[in-house]
Design a protein around this ligand. Sequence first.
Ligand code: ES4
Ligand code: ZN
Length: 325
Amino acid sequence: MNTETISQLPKAELHLHIEGSLEPELLWQLASKHQVSLPYQSVEEIRAAYQFEDLQSFLDIYYQGASVLRDEEDFYQLMWRYLCRCREQNIVHAEIMFDPQTHTERGVGFEVFMPGFLRAIKDAESQWGMSAMLIMSFLRHLSEEEAMDTLEFAKPYYAHITAVGLDSSEVGNPPSKFERVFARARELGFKCVAHAGEEGPPEYIWQAIKLLGVDRIDHGVRCEEDTELMAYIKMRQLPLTVCPLSNLKLRVISAMQQHNILRLLEEGLLVTVNSDDPAYFGGQLNANYQALCDALDMTEVQLRQLAINSFKASFLDDSIKQKWI
Ligand code: ES4
Ligand code: ZN
């Protein structure tokens, strides 16, 4: 498939951790600005360190990277740079995850990162008309009580948050651990998403659906191991936000040729393509589409369906979705 075809397609991105869009150049610049000492001697060394065996080995480096984000301007820069990448790639709508606890745990509060994020989003909306929504994700390796506190701290910003999510170390931290906080979030009117079935078993996907009441599953690729679950996800048209390069880098699959996204698509599931943590996984959104084209025999019809699905699976109002479908 032509790179040009991919880049010209209007797309939405639904699974992107803003902290995972922190490129080595900005990381290096902010470390020097705040005099944070890094275990690396150059930008090249940082990039070279991005080799992972699994989800946890990635998360250790990702949380360390995020520690250079200190003031409002840092968060503005981080968001602004991602939104500029969206513009270049024809991503006209983005639903962006942020991890408040990665920052509040080291004394950086909502009053620091939220104004930075919101100002960048406002600038992109006014300068080129893209839209962006925020998804506040709870760290599942921490307690439910801490997630509940985070939901409370976010109160002044509820109007600017569309959904809550669940990320970080999956195995050993099942969705069932967060049943009460998701119930509270739903009462407050938030949409809900959760990472499930990335490294964790199909049972975790069932729990995210049945116990957390999610509107979308992040990753979800292991649903294929449970026929009943596949049929249920298809019947409900529950979207899966799939991240091909992430799956490869974190060894959820051992080669892109093994990716099941096109099988799931042909089975009638509402699958979408996303970049997850583009600074760490070696490619932005268009590179994820390209990797699928190169490794799997993807047709142009399938490519267009994946882009259409990104709007269908979004939290945009139906009237706006129609414009892109
Ligand atoms: C993540 Cl790929 C992935 N999985 C779980 N949690 C995450 N946080 C950032 N990226
Ligand atoms: Zn993710």
